[in-house]
Design a protein around this ligand. Structure first.
Ligand code: ADP
Ligand code: MG
Length: 320
């Protein structure tokens, strides 16, 4: 059986295009660009909690890096480097090779060098750290929303959560709807290009990983503002239109995680510029609400402006 060092050499060592020193020494070395802030973030994926046992390793490789790149995108940072700490139950080389193929394919799409990590035996856990760069004063922080801003959402919401509900037997999807929703769940697209393009246009941003309302709640808290969302303006996954269970539909739309779209706020004067960015990227960007003065809250309002009450508003690993 291959040793830990053999596995690292075979599957996780690639020439680093931009770092001074990549995998193989006690530390990696890189040189930050002048005038740039370094942005760093870690996300962990645990078998049985974030993905099902038996998940296709190549998709897992792509997704585990994607969810980390999504955090950089939400900060308006350009991805540069990644570190991969992985615990593996066994040295299953076919599994590791597929995982590495997915990981490096995602890395290549976004110009990311894998510059280090750790490899150990244990229950399957993948912990990735990403490093990016953002020009000083242009980071899209959660505490930067101002009353009067428009609230925007990229893409559409609810597809990943609907796929999860299908896997849990709570609904039945078929055909194109099933394919589209599973792709959202298993193979999310980090909105890296959008994050970069929003620098100088958006004020606050966040990626939707725990549910639209819960994540907007983080902006509301950090910025000390209220947020009103127009329920009838929300762009939703097309499979949700056919979902007859209204509670499940609203749960997926407003509380479903894992979509990895960006929600952001921007002054109304930026509307035309933001619409133009959406056109250039071929990505729907939809104004879904407004930032208002007052105590931190997020309110989903129906077409008549009345607050809607939802059974679940987001995902919390330590919640009920
Ligand atoms: P150390 O004992 O100094 O921590 P390791 O034996 O853990 O070193 O790792 C050797 C080298 O391989 C280091 O440069 C480390 O960053 C890198 N490395 C280990 N595991 C991975 C991995 N899964 N992906 C990328 N690099 C890794
Ligand atoms: Mg180590």
């Amino acid at each position: 059986m291959a040793s830990e060092f053999e596995l690292i050499r075979r599957y996780f060592t690639r020439p680093a295009a931009n770092a001074v020193l990549g995998v193989g020494d006690d530390c990696a070395l890189w040189s930050p660009d002048p005038g740039m802030l370094q942005a760093v973030s870690t996300d962990m994926l645990i078998e049985g909690r974030h993905f099902l046992a038996g998940t296709d390793p190549e998709k897992l490789g792509r997704k585990s890096l994607a969810v980390n790149l999504s955090d950089l995108a939400a900060m308006g940072a350009d991805p540069r480097y990644a570190l991969l700490a992985i615990a593996l139950p066994a040295a299953d080389e076919q599994w590791i090779a597929s995982f590495a193929r997915g990981f490096f394919a995602q890395a290549a799409r976004h110009g990311v060098d894998l510059i280090g990590g750790d490899t150990t035996r244990g229950s399957l856990v993948i912990s990735i750290t990403v490093i990016g760069e953002v020009p000083q004063a242009h980071a899209l922080r959660r505490d930067a929303a101002l009353a009067g801003d428009q609230v925007w959402l990229s893409g559409a919401t609810g597809g990943a959560a609907l796929a999860l509900a299908h896997q849990q037997g709570r609904t039945r999807l078929a055909g194109d709807d099933l394919i589209a929703c599973l792709a959202r769940l298993d193979d999310p697209e980090p909105r890296v290009e959008l994050g970069g393009r929003l620098r100088g246009f958006a004020r606050a941003a966040i990626d939707i990983s725990d549910g639209l309302l819960a994540d907007l709640g983080h902006i509301a808290e950090s910025s000390a503002v209220g947020i009103d969302i127009a329920a009838d303006r929300l762009p939703v996954a097309s499979a949700l239109h056919a979902c007859a269970d209204a509670d499940l539909r609203w749960e997926c739309i407003a509380a479903g995680g894992d979509d990895y779209e960006l929600a952001f706020t921007a002054p109304p004067a930026r509307q035309a510029a933001i619409e133009q960015i959406g056109v250039e990227l071929g990505l729907a960007l939809t104004p879904i609400g407004t930032v208002v003065p007052g105590a931190p809250r997020v309110t989903l309002r129906d077409a008549g402006g009345q607050p809607m009450k939802l059974a679940r508003s987001g995902f919390d690993h330590f919640g009920a």
